[in-house]
Design a protein around this ligand. Structure first.
Ligand code: PEP
Ligand code: MG
Length: 557
């Protein structure tokens, strides 16, 4: 028996047979560069289609980036030249991809640095294909489910698996926010990452994977089996108990009604909502419409997408967030000049107000889509009141123009903001007078309060939602919203993290908005909490001096 320690990535406890995903395994027949590039192109196109239908446009677009790179003569040309000058094909690919990505890694822009990763990933894919290891992974025949182990899993790798036959993921590399973890959460399976002692010897053995504690137990002995079988059956019981909660409204154990809404990124995210009770869509990220094509979407294309969601969710409400790009999410046709510090630059509402013609089109599509239903529009990255007042003026302008064209527009409109900057959080008492609702975007709020990039693993320890500065700020916003009588929700990742459920309830939060695969875990957690004890917990959390103290308080509770 071996008990290996890793980082708890996604929740759940499972038992099953291991498969080791090894990219070296292949048919070992060497092929030419052109053949290898052609094979890779076929593969990324297949991956694009699969990602598009399983996971949506946002996740699929990584494969169109790979495709563009494989077709780019600026990338393949120098490789061919080196091969012609006598270099071994694999070495030629390594040399060109390393030198191209080194140039990009020196760039300030996070976006360009990420392109460096793309180049390395595509380079590796070509090398594997060149030596015949085309890593087309097929699961053994039958219906058995497996725990997949690997050194690391890239977006391409994870698309090779049949998701319905996955029990969990365990990887040697990766941190709590790695791609493996994000994917595991979006399909609802446990993941343990950063297991430094993981080797391919685990293949075909039986193992337990505990996504709560980060433990991975291979070939358990009888005694350990007993302990873990209990955990697995408790987990199964827990999942079964979620079925009863699935179709019900959510109440705390002392009877307070709490709303639990879902976050979506595109209409097809609503495909699994049958028999699932939820309190509407708390965050509809509208970026997918803009980032999925090289052209800006027409008013009509936007209208169709918004209307689809509004109709599906009716009579519950849908909160649609206006375009939130800039920072790490760049869009070609905005032609944003290079920024030294894009996360503090022209992003979110700032970028929209700097491109009022594009913004006006989005507002028109929203007003049309909400014509006969209730519409909630939410602005991202707000720091100043004038951003809200200018948006209201533009909404009026959009209404006027549509009415002149004889188009019916929403009469039942609410305008709210994301609270995700320190400025809006500090001023929440005043901002509440100008808004119909607040939704706290903890992903960015943590980043800006802690001055630590949310995507930079070097500052992962500082980007810490347990920090008292973050929790005090959230408490203030919830209280200011309550005093002003407006709705406050949390739609950032903190809402889906059960470590924070009791604290948020104790602070007075009445609405959570979480990804669909997490909704029943959160509903269950809420139903086990008593508000009086939650308020007591908040008193100790708010008097804590650092994150370690807060973690201790939470885990003891
Ligand atoms: C957030 O910042 O918490 C949020 C929900 O928005 P996004 O993750 O899209 O920036
Ligand atoms: Mg945000």
């Amino acid at each position: 028996m071996k008990i290996l320690d890793g980082i708890a990535g996604a929740p759940g406890v499972v038992f099953g047979k291991m498969l080791y995903f090894d990219k070296k395994a292949g048919n070992s027949k060497e092929i030419s560069l052109d053949e290898a590039v052609e094979k890779c192109l076929e593969k990324v196109r297949r991956m694009y289609d699969k990602a598009l239908s399983d996971l949506g446009e946002d996740k699929a677009k990584i494969f169109s980036a790979y495709e563009m790179l494989l077709e780019d003569a600026m990338f393949t040309g120098p490789i061919k030249e080196l091969i012609e000058s006598g270099r071994a094909p694999e070495d030629a690919v390594t040399e060109v991809s390393e030198s191209m990505s080194a140039i990009l890694l020196k760039k300030e822009s996070e976006y360009l640095r990420q392109r460096a990763d793309d180049i390395m990933n595509v380079g590796n894919m070509i090398k594997e294909t060149l030596c015949g290891a085309d890593s087309d992974f097929t699961m053994p025949d039958g219906n058995e489910k497996y725990i997949i182990a690997a050194r690391e899993l890239t977006p391409v790798d994870t698309m090779l698996f049949d998701h319905s036959r996955l029990l969990g993921f365990v990887t040697k590399e990766g941190g709590a926010t790695s791609h493996t973890v994000i994917l595991a959460k979006s399909i609802g399976i446990p993941a343990v990452v950063g297991v430094s002692e993981l080797t391919e010897e685990v293949c075909c053995k039986e193992a337990y994977l505990d996504g709560y504690s980060g433990k991975f137990v291979v070939e358990p002995n009888e005694e350990t089996k007993k302990i873990y079988d209990k955990k697995v059956s408790e987990e199964l019981e827990f999942i079964k108990s979620l079925d009863t909660i699935k179709q019900n409204d959510t109440y705390t154990s002392d009877g307070e009604r709490i709303k639990v809404a879902i976050n979506i990124g595109k209409p097809s995210d609503l495909k699994d909502i049958e028999n699932q009770q939820f309190d509407g869509v708390g965050l509809f990220r509208s970026e997918f419409l803009y980032s999925s094509s090289k052209e800006k979407p027409s008013v009509n294309q936007q209208y169709e997408a918004y209307k689809k969601v509004i109709d599906l969710v009716y009579p519950e409400s849908v909160t649609i967030r206006t375009l939130d790009v800039g920072g790490d999410k760049q869009i070609q046709y905005f032609n944003t000049p290079k920024e030294e510090n894009p996360f503090l630059g022209n992003r979110g509402i700032r970028l929209c107000l700097a491109n009022e013609d594009i913004f006006l089109e989005q507002l028109k599509a929203l007003l049309m889509a909400g014509a006969d239903k209730k519409l909630k529009i939410m602005l991202p990255m707000v720091t100043r009141i004038e951003e809200i007042t200018r948006t209201r003026e533009l909404v009026e302008k959009a209404k006027e123009e549509l009415k002149n064209e004889g188009v019916t527009v929403s009469a039942n409109l609410e305008l709210g903001i994301m609270i995700e900057t320190p400025a809006s959080a500090i001023m929440s008492e005043v901002f509440a007078k100008h808004c119909d609702f607040f939704s706290i975007g903890t992903n960015d709020l943590v980043q800006y309060i802690m001055s630590a990039d949310r995507g930079n693993s070097a500052v992962e320890e500082i980007y810490n939602p347990y920090n008292p500065a973050v929790l005090r700020m959230i408490n203030k916003v919830i209280n200011d919203g309550a005093k002003a009588g407006i709705e406050v929700s949390v739609c950032g990742d903190l809402a889906a993290n059960t470590d924070f459920t009791e604290i948020l309830l104790g602070m007075g939060l009445k609405k959570f908005s979480v990804p669909l695969p997490m909704i029943n875990r959160i509903k269950k957690k809420i139903s086990d909490i008593n508000l009086f004890s939650a308020q007591k917990l908040v008193e100790s959390v708010l008097s804590a001096e650092d994150e370690n103290e807060i973690i201790k308080i939470i885990r003891k509770g």
